[in-house]
Design a protein around this ligand. Structure first.
Ligand code: FAD
Length: 483
């Protein structure tokens, strides 16, 4: 059959590890083609680097879940490792496929690689088609009145809220092929950590895969969405959806989330504004993709070039104390330990720990971004860079550099019950709320009664808040003078 209606199609899964509402798969279904599902483990991914350890843990389980969903439909997920172009060409020979369909990616190294692959396949007479499988709308969809891209979130959000309508969901294929084609065992890729296996806490918190994503959404819609606006900043409560790693790996489409939330709104959800507030966060993810698409170097370089002459400190010791959750600021240490144990950290706490690193410790945001890249199950090239640059002050629509988060009052305000710090820093468990976020201010008797010995059972602050704040402000003044 001709190119417009291929008899058989390779569907190349990438950041879209699901069957439902998947535009590339649905196009193959529509063409009535035999479908060969393929996953390729490439040496480098988004931003041209290797996946981090926590993402590999997730990928391992997510692929196994996809493999099982495909085999239930009579097919086999063909897994191979290495150079994507070569593997696709080999597979075309082995399967006789006439076309390759995939979902688009938006960081520059991936755009370049995909363009090369598309060209090579087309030169061979193979139909190569890409689709939007991961975003509500692609980064070029909305333009400002002057024709540029949105650099400020609020007007971008207004444009999406006023215009976006989720299309009808796309059907999952009922049948797959792939049987008889060789592939690697996912187990042989060593994605799951060993020596040591640090993932126990991950197992307790997460169910990677399409079913897990659907359940998370359902649980969120059945409860927390009602109080989202109020509770989304409270790490001591289960106030957010926990959907970020599922979205990162594409186990659920953002359009599915949008439709489900709009369904609740249209059925008269009383807490409508709370639901809109949640949707606006989904659009923050989209906005991060707008930024990185239009600023391809933003993953590693300052969006605001003024920061190129910032005199960051260099201190391996301070970086390690931050990474290990030993800064002496309880809310920061709780966050860093939550990250290490579960691969995730609450958004409010991400901002607090990022502020401490870039302001009090005056370390370059890229050092923090690297650590998050390795340890987050939702490590995302766009959202991670945007989140770090926003907090550091070097990003688009960023929090100004001179706004230095106070880790004590942030803890008191957002971990009101103290449950978050008590859970992740159990050595402080017996401290009364009044002193929980600033143990060094407690009297000797209080500390003794709580079994806390500063500098021994729990660290003294890595730098006094006032001193750290002043040093950051001085660095800001110097930066301004250099412009
Ligand atoms: P919810 O509050 O339930 O929000 C729903 C969804 O909206 C999330 O799953 C996520 O996909 C999206 N979202 C929410 N907040 C943001 C945001 N500020 N920016 C972009 N998308 C958002 N998010 C990532 O997905 N990957 C990252 O690598 C990442 N790195 C970050 C680094 C820093 C320094 C900061 C401050 C934020 C970062 N975020 C990142 C954004 C945010 O912290 C997480 O998306 C959020 O905590 C995920 O939890 P949730 O799914 O319960 O969020």
């Amino acid at each position: 059959m001709g190119q417009d209606n291929p008899d058989s199609v390779i569907v190349w899964f990438r950041n879209d590890l699901r069957l439902a509402d998947h535009a590339a798969l649905a196009a193959a279904v529509k063409a009535n083609a035999k479908i060969f599902p393929v996953y390729i483990l490439e040496d480098t991914v988004a931003g041209g680097r290797e996946l981090g350890g926590a993402s590999k843990w997730w990928l391992d389980k997510s692929l196994k879940s996809l493999r099982s969903a495909i085999s239930q439909r009579g097919g086999k997920l063909i897994c191979r490792k290495g150079d994507a172009e070569k593997i696709l060409r080999d597979l075309i020979k082995e399967t006789g496929a006439e076309a390759v369909f995939w979902g688009r990616r938006y960081t520059q190294p991936e755009i370049d690689r995909d363009a090369d692959i598309k060209k090579a396949l087309k030169d061979d007479g193979i139909e190569a088609k890409s689709f939007n499988t991961t975003l509500l709308t692609e980064p070029w969809a909305y333009k400002t009145t002057s024709g540029g891209y949105y650099k400020v979130f609020t007007p971008y959000w207004r444009a999406v809220r006023g215009n976006y309508e989720a299309p009808d969901p796309l059907p999952a294929p009922e049948k797959f092929d792939g049987i008889g084609i060789d592939g690697d065992e996912i187990e042989s890729w060593g994605l799951h950590p060993s020596k040591p296996d640090w993932s126990k806490g991950f197992d307790e918190m997460w169910t990677p895969g399409e079913d897990g994503a659907r359940e998370r959404l359902q649980d969120f819609l059945d409860g927390p969405i009602r109080d989202y606006e109020e509770m989304r900043n409270r790490p001591d409560e289960d106030g957010t959806s926990g959907l970020s790693p599922h979205l990162r790996h594409g186990e659920i489409s953002p359009a599915t989330i949008w439709r489900a939330v709009m369904g609740r709104i249209n059925r008269g959800l009383k807490e409508e504004e709370s639901a809109w507030s949640f949707l606006s966060e989904i659009v923050w993810r989209e906005f991060s993709y707008v930024l990185i698409y239009h600023n391809p170097k933003m993953g590693r370089e300052n969006y605001d070039s003024k920061f190129n002459v910032m005199e960051w400190r260099s201190s391996k010791k301070d970086l390690e104390r931050w990474q290990k959750g030993e800064t002496g600021y309880p809310i920061v240490d709780a966050g860093m330990r939550q990250l290490w144990a579960t691969g995730w950290m609450h958004n409010r706490v991400r901002m607090i720990v990022a502020s401490l690193l870039t302001k009090h410790l005056l370390l370059n945001w890229t050092e923090g971004e690297d650590w998050f890249w390795d340890t987050l199950v939702d490590a995302d090239p766009a959202s991670n860079a945007a989140g770090w640059q926003w907090t550091a002050g070097s990003g688009a629509d960023a929090s100004p550099y001179f706004r230095v988060f106070n880790p004590i009052t942030q803890g008191q305000k957002f971990d009101q019950t103290g449950a978050y710090v008590r859970h992740w820093c159990p050595e402080l468990k017996k401290l009364p709320n009044k002193h929980l976020h600033a143990p060094w201010e407690a009297g000797r008797d209080v500390l003794k009664k709580a079994g806390v010995e500063l500098g021994s059972t729990y660290p003294k602050p890595i730098i006094a808040h006032k001193e750290g704040r002043q040093r950051a402000l001085d660095a800001w003044e110097t930066l301004k003078e250099k412009q």
